[in-house]
Write a protein that binds this ligand. Structure first.
Ligand code: ZN
Length: 352
């Protein structure tokens, strides 16, 4: 198809039994037949729930079969013997012929055999292998000691803001930067345990900075599959609960985050659900709606080119929230909730 303009990339090729023809399949299910390979239908006009990722010849019956990332099987001139829809933990990556049947393999190493195909073994790949997660513990322990650096103006993508702040603290003097760092380190361990690669925007709690624009640049440069900034809020004493800030669309001479608004909203919802389930902490009663706050006034979201959210894990100025945030076991549950939400988001991208 080198001379033709296609709307979607080619993702697979299957040869005819005699070797004198083949089919190509595009991710939208379009089929292109060459040589003696007959065209017997395509999925190109179907509204697919997820993209086609591979194809296989139909075997003795002729024809061919397609597999979509969600495990859906589309058969043309070949019998249907089952699909993996609803079974997959990660996306399907190929379908292969096996006698009159076929096998599907998914990214987690699972092998599914249909129509008399034999199952001979599989491997197990942890759920986050291949995924990069940037974790940004807000502020830093030394920020309060260098206002000249921390107060300097930076471009926040359509806004001018300060490099950072020293963050807040609770009435007992427990500081936000220490809370953020502790939860970030716990989250990093959980992501790595799941096979993921972690990038931290700071690796100690005693430094100064980096500025917010540098933090977001670190997540962008890593090609992160997901990024999260961890904070505690300094809200009204009478307000409580957690909230997830998600990017609102911002276009400026130095930024355009429109491409990440939708996936970040999905990430934000997954983190909200994970955090709620793991901590039992209610969503904020003083900001946002159902725990979600779209923001256009944060450089950390305006400048991101990867799916990113910021979570205010609780209100440190509220006595009840502060007591929870000071508790080591609660912080572990908070990190677990974040890990659960990030994992759900990353898996959901492959298996909708
Ligand atoms: Zn903060």
């Amino acid at each position: 198809m080198g001379g033709l303009h296609l709307n979607r990339p080619i993702v697979g090729l299957a040869a005819t039994a005699g070797g004198k023809g083949y089919w190509l399949v595009a991710s939208d299910g379009g089929i292109f037949a060459f040589g003696d390979a007959p065209f017997v239908g395509s999925a190109g006009a179907l509204p697919l729930a997820s993209p086609v990722v591979g194809m296989a010849p139909g075997g003795p019956s002729g024809g061919y079969r397609l597999v979509a990332a969600d495990g859906g099987i589309f058969c043309f001139g070949a019998p249907f013997a089952g699909s993996t829809v609803g079974l997959l933990k990660r996306g399907a990556v190929s379908v292969d012929p096996a006698g009159a049947g076929y096998r599907v393999v998914s990214a987690d190493g699972s092998v599914y055999a249909f129509g008399g195909a034999s199952f001979l073994g599989s491997v197990s790949v942890p759920p986050l292998v291949g995924e990069v997660v940037t974790i940004d513990p807000g502020h830093d322990g030394g920020n309060g000691s260098d206002p000249g650096f921390i107060d300097q103006p930076i471009d926040g993508g359509g806004i001018t803001e300060s490099c950072d702040t020293a963050g807040t603290s609770d009435a007992a003097g427990y500081s936000e930067h220490a809370f953020n760092f502790d939860v970030a380190v716990r989250l990093a361990s959980l992501i790595e345990a799941g096979g993921g690669t972690v990038v931290l925007t700071r690796t100690t709690d005693t430094g100064i900075g980096p500025c917010v624009d540098t933090r977001v640049a670190i997540g962008n440069a890593a090609g992160s599959d997901a990024a999260v900034s961890i904070h505690g809020d300094g809200g009204p004493v009478g307000g409580s609960g957690f909230a997830v800030d998600v990017p609102a669309p911002v276009v400026s001479p130095t930024s355009d985050n429109r491409a990440i608004v939708a996936p970040s909203a999905t990430l934000g919802g997954a983190i909200r659900d994970g955090f709620l389930a793991a901590t039992g902490e209610p969503v904020s009663d003083y900001t946002g709606a159902d725990g979600i706050v779209p923001r256009a006034d944060l450089g950390g979201l305006n400048l991101s080119t990867v799916p990113k959210v910021l979570i205010e894990c609780g209100n440190m100025r509220n006595a009840g929230d502060a007591a929870a945030m000071e508790d080591t076991a609660w912080r572990q549950r908070a990190a677990q909730g974040l890990a659960d939400g990030i994992t759900a988001f990353l898996v959901q991208r492959e298996v909708p």
